[in-house]
Design a protein around this ligand. Structure first.
Ligand code: RIB
Ligand code: CA
Length: 328
């Protein structure tokens, strides 16, 4: 497995495919990934979750237009989970899925390929195995694994935001991304591929406080304003629930590839509950090794919060300088 955390001086960037349901924190994860000198974003695929697929795809195209990165191909993915009935989260992200600051209309359309077709094409053509970075339901990733067993060797690993060993957020037991499509998550966790899991155990520690939004805004320029306003919108929902800040979940899946040194992780055997009456969608971590099963995931359990904020601020600054300079 190519370890992206140690690309080595002068090594070529690690190829990644992003997949998500933007969603404020998906958008910020993609801001981080597209600013990272150690990553090469080959493409983005979209899934329903925070909002229906049409809206998350539209939001993806708007985000790339805002970033002036319409060179990145976008493919719409599954319109519904493999088995489960769709769930959406307008209470968190608004009716558009990305409420808050005004965004440009898309300057580009999604490609005609499906998400699985785009991911398969990019995996075949990549110069080295590719990391998949899903930050929404795992429907597209599971569909890819089922449709293309011959491409598993072209996947370096999967760095996902999802799950929670200690608790859920959409139900007491289940985190939203896993609960939207538990059957897909089970396929991913049983795939045998290298897994980095950024669950609620770490992401609820990855909080942006009001002073952190202002550190983003202080970068200056219209792009920084948009990101600061995304953070503030995301904060409003969580503050009402008693959070001190906004738990910016999704970028932690990118951090696992670009700055793993700021995470505390634990190798663990993790299973996905697909049947439970109260616990469907739970990610059950064998913290004490009681099953005797070998670990299948590197689970992030802690984060250096200040370093995390600084990574995002730096990414916003890089994009702002690039956009001000007119460079792509
Ligand atoms: O539970 C948090 C996750 O659900 C994040 O990915 C957020 O964007 C939503 O998809
Ligand atoms: Ca998401």
């Amino acid at each position: 497995m190519i370890d992206p955390s140690t690309p080595g001086a002068g090594a070529s960037p690690v190829p990644v495919i992003l997949d998500g349901d933007p969603g404020h924190d998906d958008a910020i994860a993609w801001v981080l990934a597209l600013a990272a000198p150690t990553l090469e974003v080959l493409g983005i695929t979209t899934v329903g979750g925070n909002a229906p697929l049409e809206k998350t795809t539209y939001n993806t195209l708007r985000i790339l237009t805002l970033l002036d990165r319409t060179d990145v191909p976008v493919a719409a993915g599954a319109s519904r989970p493999l088995v489960a009935e769709p769930i959406v989260a307008p209470s968190v992200h608004g009716e558009s899925g990305l409420d808050g600051p005004e965004l440009p209309e898309p300057a580009v359309q999604a490609v005609q390929e499906t998400a699985v077709e785009l991911m398969a094409r990019l995996l075949r053509s990549a110069s080295r195995p590719v990391w998949l970075v899903p930050t929404g339901a795992l429907t597209n990733v599971a569909a890819l694994l089922l449709a293309h067993p011959e491409l598993h060797a072209r996947i370096a690993g999967i760095s996902l935001m999802g799950g929670g060993i200690q608790r859920g957020n959409w139900t007491p037991a289940a985190e939203f991304n896993i609960l939207v499509d538990p059957e897909a998550a089970k396929i991913v966790f049983e795939s045998g591929l290298p897994l980095k899991m950024a669950g609620l155990d770490v992401t609820e520690r990855a909080q942006f406080l009001p002073e952190d939004f202002e550190a983003v805004r202080a970068v200056g320029g219209p792009f920084a304003e948009v990101v600061a306003d995304w953070l503030h919108f995301f904060y409003e929902f969580h503050h009402a629930l008693g959070y001190a800040g906004a738990p910016v979940h999704d970028p932690v899946a990118v951090v696992a590839l670009i700055a793993p040194e700021i995470l505390q992780t634990q190798e663990m055997f993790v299973q996905v509950e697909t049947a439970g009456q109260y616990a469907r969608g739970a990610t059950i971590g064998d913290v004490y090794g009681s099953t005797g099963r070998a670990p299948n995931a590197e689970v992030a359990m802690g984060i250096d919060r200040e370093a995390y904020v600084e990574l995002i601020v730096t990414a916003v600054r890089r994009h702002s300088e690039r956009l001000a300079g007119g460079k792509r």
